[in-house]
Design a protein around this ligand. Structure first.
Ligand code: 13P
Length: 336
């Protein structure tokens, strides 16, 4: 097995998933503001390093996606953060896109930037210890959108990114995110997700990306967040797996979902239901940001002496999602 396929399979090992802690400075600033914490390089490092040092985390977390700043920061252990993670059995990863910007000619739609200079940055990131990378494309549902233009240019950019990652020894996590904003029914999300994933795999194949060496990070197929009659957990699991089976080649080692603004408990319940349905050619796992961190951020709220509670809150969500990897979660475990 190639080195990258081995790494990709390690990231989706049984019971384990990925912690996304790669919020840009702007996004982490908003998250900190929600708990009245000033966002500085020091507070961001204290929070993230504290979470990563949670006891036993590597039992359920295979890798952490870092932001550029964090990859260069020093842990309270005295080690560089990527080295500290690796020493604890957690693979360090890095977000390498530079954000989603307005797509010219397509009002209300976005294109993710960051290809210029990417090869040189990947070489540097690998030297700093990163083993995998992430690039997020954003697809918006609305009146007459997503356009074919938006889907195609984002798929093209994701494939350019993935090919460069493989060339430079990093596993690319390919993330086409169809946002859940809107009042649309689940069928609308299915159609947009099907189009986005079809275009992504066509671009990956065209650009000669070995599919054994990547992970897909998709949205789940959900009703819009303002849909008056949202689909239930079982329907979400059925439609999400149906969409994946129609679009994702079996060579891909794993699917690592984003949470996308779902509540942490619902994100776990959906993952659990999919693994209960089973019968998939790929591992079905998680790469959650908010759905792993939300209770931890609240528990910490900027207070160093509350970091132990934050660590416990993160560990709990990681453990429950770890159980959901085998369909062994139930909501009665939330109270325990
Ligand atoms: P959420 O799980 O909060 O959507 O974040 C995952 C992620 O990494 C988005 O790019």
């Amino acid at each position: 097995m190639s080195k990258l396929e081995t790494t990709a399979r390690q990231l989706v090992a049984p019971k384990k998933g990925i912690l996304a802690a790669d919020e840009s400075t702007g996004t982490i600033g908003k998250r900190f503001a929600s708990v009245n914490v000033d966002s500085t390089a020091e507070s961001r490092c204290a929070y993230r390093d504290g979470l990563f040092l949670a006891d036993g985390l590597s039992e359920f977390v295979s890798g952490v996606i870092l932001y550029d700043e964090t990859l260069r920061q020093t842990s309270s252990t005295g080690q560089p953060i990527p080295e500290m993670l690796a020493a604890r059995g957690i693979l360090p990863g890095i977000k390498v896109d530079t954000g989603a910007k307005e797509l010219a000619g397509c009002p209300g739609e976005k294109i993710t930037e960051g290809l210029d200079g990417l090869r040189d940055r990947l070489v540097e990131y690998a030297g700093l210890g990163a083993r995998f990378a992430k690039w997020r494309a954003v697809i918006t549902i609305g009146d007459g959108i997503p356009s074919e233009t938006c889907i195609d240019v984002n798929a093209h950019a994701l494939a350019r990114y993935a090919a460069l990652c493989v060339e430079n020894g990093l596993v690319p996590i390919v993330e086409p995110e169809v946002l859940m904003d809107g009042a649309h029914p689940i069928e609308t999300c299915y159609a947009a997700t099907h189009r986005a994933q079809t275009a992504v795999f066509a671009a990956l194949v065209k650009q000669r990306v070995p599919l054994e060496q990547i992970l897909l990070k998709p949205n789940m197929v959900l009703s819009g967040s303002d849909c008056p009659k949202p689909a239930d957990v079982h329907e979400v699991a059925v439609q999400t797996l149906r969409c994946l089976k129609n679009t994702v080649p079996a060579a891909v080692p794993g699917i690592v979902f984003l949470s996308g603004g779902q509540s942490d408990e619902l994100a776990t319940a959906h993952l659990n239901e999919m693994n209960k349905l089973g019968d998939c050619p790929w591992e079905i796992s998680f790469s959650y940001g908010r759905a792993l961190q939300a209770p931890a951020l609240k528990a910490w709220a900027g207070q160093a002496d509350q970091m132990v509670d934050a660590q416990a809150a993160l560990f709990k969500r990681a453990r429950l999602n770890g159980l959901a990897r085998s369909g062994d979660y139930s909501d009665s475990l939330e109270a325990a």
